[in-house]
Design a protein around this ligand. Structure first.
Ligand code: ASP
Length: 344
């Protein structure tokens, strides 16, 4: 009896880490994209690596078109085309594969994984990334759908509003292009404001998987920003911005206004805060508030997890965005759990 008591006390002690939940394995991803969480979890359950879990989890979102913001048929650019950004990072080897402005290939994170597995490069972009994908056996397909076509046509009918131009003629807040630069403009327009185009046209799956042994992998996949200027690449495929993994510490992933967020490498920053001993929630919060010093009401969120399974998230309060939803599946619960954090 005494031995049993001692054993259970000992088990409780090693499984408890102050300041957060600590049960591995763990899958955590941005937004309420539960089927992605479940898919990643199944990979871990079947003994797959955290890298495989992240790849398959994010790929599930590409198949499901998670709320239209991941995969084909979403976020048409100014020419009506859907282009994809994705990355995957192995926190053991610090290997990264990434693609951006990928055209006519649905499985962007699969291509990112192929960059990681079959090349010595880190990041391929545009038409050349598509050619690489085809040579690796990925199917060449049209990413346009009836829905993305109608989003695009409505936008054209509304004089191309909203859009991402400033300081151009004709006035981009009233007319479609082609635009020319305003020479000698006095001040930047729309510098620090989130507008409708930012708040309602972004979302990304960002995922962290930590297996039972504490191996960390992260990844992202997105179709970026709706009505983006062709060629625009967001934060999601950039290592340290979209996501970052280091198995000696943990992982982080970001979502939101990538044009701003990529300037601060928030995922790298959050992992570094955790390396300094900060709890994941605190690391996420500190990362968000660093960006807020420059862009007080930017739209964005970060998820963080350390290699022992504690996790957290934080978001920046912007007009119309006060809470951030993320999804968690960990040892001891059978279904993905939707969690919410109030923005700061
Ligand atoms: N960060 C992505 C981008 O700017 C979109 C998002 O996560 O909302 O492309």
């Amino acid at each position: 009896m005494r031995i049993l008591l001692f054993l259970s006390l000992w088990l409780t002690l090693i499984l408890y880490i102050p300041g957060g939940e600590s049960v591995l394995p763990l899958v955590i991803n941005t937004w309420a994209f539960q089927s992605a969480t479940e898919t990643a979890w199944k990979v871990l359950e079947q003994g797959g690596s955290s890298l495989d879990a992240v790849e398959k989890g994010c790929a599930q979102c590409e198949i499901d078109q998670c709320d239209g913001s991941v995969g084909y048929g979403g976020s048409p650019d100014e020419m009506g085309e859907t282009t994809l950004d994705a990355m995957i990072m192995d926190g053991n080897t610090m290997n990264v594969g990434a693609v951006a402005d990928l055209r006519r290939i649905k499985n962007a994170i699969g291509v990112a994984r192929a960059v990681l597995d079959y090349s010595k490069h880190t990041f391929l972009v545009g038409e050349s990334a598509s050619l690489f994908a085809e040579s690796m056996g990925f199917l060449h397909e049209d990413l346009t759908t009836v829905k993305s076509r109608s989003i695009y046509l409505n936008w054209l009918n509304q004089n191309c509003q909203p859009n991402y131009w400033r300081n151009v003629v004709p006035d981009a807040s009233k007319s479609c292009g082609p635009y020319k630069p305003v020479k000698g403009f006095k001040e930047w327009k729309n510098l620090h404001t989130e507008n409708k185009v930012n708040l309602h046209s972004h979302d990304t799956i960002g995922m962290i998987a930590v297996d039972e042994a504490g191996n960390v992998a992260t990844g992202t996949s997105t179709n970026g920003a709706t009505h983006k200027i062709p060629g625009r690449v967001g934060d999601s495929p950039i290592a340290g911005a979209g996501s970052y993994a280091d198995s000696t510490t943990g992982g982080a992933a970001a979502t939101g206004n990538g044009d701003l967020m990529m300037r601060f490498l928030p995922s790298y920053q959050a992992v570094e805060y955790m390396r300094l001993g900060m709890e994941p929630s605190k690391a996420c919060e500190k990362t968000i508030s660093r960006i807020q010093k420059h862009f007080p009401a930017f739209f964005g969120a970060v998820i963080c997890a350390n290699n022992s399974g504690s996790y957290g998230a934080a978001c920046s309060k912007a007009p119309g965005f006060t809470q951030f939803h993320f999804t968690v599946l960990k040892k001891g619960i059978s279904r993905p759990q939707n969690e919410v954090v109030n923005c700061i």
